[in-house]
Design a protein around this ligand. Structure first.
Ligand code: IPE
Ligand code: IPE
Ligand code: MG
Length: 238
C-alpha cells in the first residue's frame, strides 16, 4: 500500500472530443478544460500533494491548425494572468516546464512573473508543461553537458543520472509517482520520458473537461493499492 503520491503528473487529454460530442468547435473544449484544471490544482493542493505537473501544450502541438495554436496560447496567457494571485494566496509555487527559447516574449513574461512572485511559497509545486517535449528536454540536457565538457568544466565520467536529472526542466521536483491520462489513450505522447521510468500509470476514459474531484480521488485511491517494486523482489516473496 502507498500513501499519497508526492508528485502527480497529468496528461490532460480529450478537450477536442468533449467539444465534438456536443457539436461544438474544439476551442469550447479547451475553455472547459481550463475549468477542470482549476479544480484539479485546488484539489491537489488541498489534498496535500507535494507537486502537480500538468501537460498543457506539447512541442508537437505546434503542428495543429494555426487558429487552434493561437487560441491555446491566448487562453493559457489569460488564464495565468487571472489565476496567479489566487494561487499565490494558496501558497502554490509555479514553475514553467518546457522550452522557453521558442515562446513569445509576452507569454514568457507571464511565466517569469508567476515564478518570481511565487518562488518563496512553501505549498504545492505546480509545474506547467508548456511547449514541453520529453525528447527536446533530453536533447537540451545533452547539449548543456557536452558544452560543459567542451569548456573543460566537467569530465565525461562526471556525467551521472543525478547530473542529468538536475538539468531537466522539472528540477528540483522528484520524479512523478503517478501519471494520470484522461481521454483513454494508452501512451505517453512525449511526456516526462526520463522522469516516468518508475511512475505508476492511470488511464481513464473520462475526457479532461469532465475530470472532477471524484475522478482525481479515484486515481489516488487506485495508486494507493499499487505494489511498486522498482525492479526488486519484495521481501515477502523471497
Ligand atoms: C488536450 O486535448 C489539450 C491539448 C493537447 C492542448 P486535445 O485537444 O488533444 O483533445 P482531443 O484529444 O483531440 O480530444
Ligand atoms: C498530449 O495530448 C499533449 C497534451 C495533453 C498537452 P495530444 O492530444 O497532443 O497527444 P496525442 O496526439 O493523442 O498523442
Ligand atoms: Mg488529444
Amino acid at each position: 500500500m502507498n500513501g499519497l503520491p508526492a508528485h502527480v503528473a497529468i496528461i490532460m487529454d480529450g478537450n477536442g472530443r468533449w467539444a465534438s460530442r456536443r457539436a461544438l468547435p474544439r476551442f469550447f473544449g479547451h475553455r472547459q478544460g481550463v475549468k477542470a484544471l482549476k479544480t484539479a490544482v485546488r484539489y491537489a493542493s488541498r489534498r496535500g500533494i507535494g507537486a502537480l505537473t500538468v501537460y498543457a501544450f506539447s512541442t508537437e502541438n505546434w503542428t495543429r491548425p494555426r487558429e487552434e495554436v493561437d487560441f491555446l496560447m491566448d487562453l493559457m496567457h489569460k488564464t495565468f494572468v487571472q489565476e496567479i494571485e489566487e494561487l499565490h494566496r494558496e501558497g502554490v509555487r509555479i514553475q514553467l516546464v518546457g522550452d522557453r527559447s521558442t515562446l513569445s516574449p509576452d507569454i514568457l513574461k507571464v511565466w517569469n512573473d508567476a515564478e518570481e512572485i511565487t518562488r518563496q511559497n512553501t505549498g504545492m509545486t505546480f509545474n506547467v508543461a508548456f511547449n514541453y517535449g520529453g525528447r527536446q528536454e533530453i536533447l537540451n540536457v545533452v547539449q548543456a553537458l557536452v558544452g560543459q565538457v567542451d569548456k573543460g568544466e566537467i569530465t565525461v565520467d562526471e556525467i551521472t543520472e543525478t547530473t542529468i536529472s538536475r538539468l531537466l526542466y522539472t528540477h528540483p521536483t522528484p520524479d512523478p509517482d503517478l501519471i494520470i491520462r484522461t481521454g483513454g489513450e494508452m501512451r505517453l505522447s512525449n511526456f516526462l520520458l526520463w522522469q516516468a521510468a518508475y511512475s505508476e500509470f492511470y488511464v481513464t476514459d473520462v475526457l479532461w473537461p469532465d475530470f472532477g474531484e471524484d475522478d482525481f480521488e479515484r486515481a489516488l485511491q487506485d495508486y494507493s493499492g499499487r505494489e511498486r517494486r522498482f525492479g526488486q523482489v519484495l521481501a515477502k516473496e523471497q
